[in-house]
Design a protein around this ligand. Structure first.
Ligand SMILES: Cc1cc2nc3c(=O)[nH]c(=O)nc-3n(C[C@H](O)[C@H](O)[C@H](O)COP(=O)(O)O)c2cc1C
Length: 163
């Protein structure tokens, strides 16, 4: 199974989880980045605006072609009980080229299920597996069991579908 872990992380929590998932899957990795068109101040305002409105972020084009992978594992933080803007932006631009998707997120504690539902509806694809880790679990390195379960589900799906 050829896998790509794609993630946005503002303050590092999601990146930490993404790295562990990528190592477990022996996957390639890619960070989602905002397309920076103006100065840092305007860019900061735009992030704030995305958070306030829940809109999809204007992100850089994918460097790695999702169509050349069997599985895309997509993650980001929860913002205001919704998927963060950059994850929505990446999904809008690339979901049609993803064969199979799995979702993960980090959060203070609320909004994961709602966000996974929103992501699935937005792209019209059901995720093979989902994982939600809290800030506390990330801080205390206590998300290993969740990752193990997530990887197990992905591998079973892979066996069943012969990725
Ligand atoms: C603007 C903003 C809104 C947030 N909204 C939520 C929320 O609705 N529910 C929640 O559980 N956590 C919320 N959080 C917490 C983040 O989801 C959490 O800190 C996450 O781990 C950050 O990931 P990152 O370090 O990869 O950016 C919010 C954080 C920010 C900055």
């Amino acid at each position: 199974m050829r896998s790509l872990v794609v993630a946005y992380s503002l303050s590092g929590n999601t990146k930490k989880v993404a790295n562990v998932i990528a190592a477990g899957l022996n996957a390639d990795s890619e960070e989602i980045r905002y397309r920076i068109q103006r100065g840092a101040f305007m860019n900061g305002l735009r992030i704030f605006w995305d958070i306030a409105t829940g809109r999809a972020g204007d992100v850089e084009a994918a460097a790695k072609d999702p169509a050349s992978y069997d599985l895309i594992v997509l993650g980001g933080p929860i913002w205001s009980w919704k998927p963060c803007g950059p994850v929505l932006g990446w999904l809008d631009a690339n979901a049609s080229r993803c064969r199979q998707l799995a979702f993960f997120c980090t959060m203070g504690g609320n909004g994961a299920e709602r966000s996974f539902d929103m992501m699935a509806k937005r792209c019209g694809k059901t995720p093979v597996a989902t994982l939600a880790a809290t800030e506390r679990e990330v801080r205390e390195d206590a998300f290993g069991a969740k990752v193990d379960q997530f990887l197990l589900t992905l591998r079973s799906a892979s066996d069943a579908q012969r990725f």
